[in-house]
Write a protein that binds this ligand. Structure first.
Ligand code: AMP
Length: 186
């Protein structure tokens, strides 16, 4: 089972991906986590993406596609992949389909977590206060939301055309959202 957890930043994708990993052994592939790790390690890639990430913009398709390509090869034989924060553009989605096909696989489900804008803002303000992530500051978060609506939302018709999208109420509590995801994957 290969699935995409889809939704705006702060929709709860990371939380749900970690639960699915713990419960089913799927491998979580979060490009945001990979990029943050690259920055932490002081790599050349990390330095290249730091300012873009802090401003809330998307890094280039080439960079994230290469990260995913490497991760897929590194986890050959995994029982499933959870794509979290990837793909974020139609070009990334097309590249993902092609990469999976090379491994004899495909995306089976796209689970869309629906959360209204007010609740997203409330969550992000709380996370900024607790964790202090630079791109959670209100200005950068607005850029991230704008990027989501302009560049990522067009993936909804892309996956609808493939009949793979299931929508889930992302405003319920964490365990209720998990239960809805389990039904969406059944
Ligand atoms: P996230 O933790 O998924 O919200 O990602 C944090 C930041 O990393 C984003 O705001 C982007 O700057 C960058 N990023 C993560 N995933 C992608 C992606 N698939 N495409 C482009 N940029 C990404």
């Amino acid at each position: 089972m290969n699935l995409i957890l889809f939704g705006p930043p702060a929709a709860g994708k990371g939380t749900q991906a970690k639960k699915l990993t713990a419960e089913r052994g799927y491998v979580q592939l979060s490009t945001g986590d990979m990029l943050r790790a690259a920055r932490k390690s002081g790599s050349e890639l990390g330095a290249r993406v730091a300012a873009i990430m802090d401003a809330g913009s998307l890094v280039s398709d080439e960079i994230v596609i290469e990260l995913i390509e490497d991760a897929l090869s590194a986890h050959k034989g995994a029982p499933g992949f959870i794509f979290d924060g990837f793909p974020r553009t139609v070009a990334q989605a097309e590249a993902l389909d092609a990469m999976l096909a090379k491994h004899g696989q495909q995306i089976d489900r796209v689970v869309r977590l629906e959360v209204d804008s007010q609740q997203l803002m409330d969550r992000i303000a709380k996370r900024f206060a607790e964790e202090g992530r630079a791109d959670d500051n209100p200005e950068a978060y607005k850029v991230r939301l704008d990027a989501y609506f302009a560049q990522t939302a067009p993936l909804v018709p892309y996956y609808e055309a493939q009949g793979k999208i299931r929508s889930v109420d992302g405003m319920a509590d964490v365990s209720a959202v998990s239960a809805s995801i389990a039904s969406a994957l059944a």
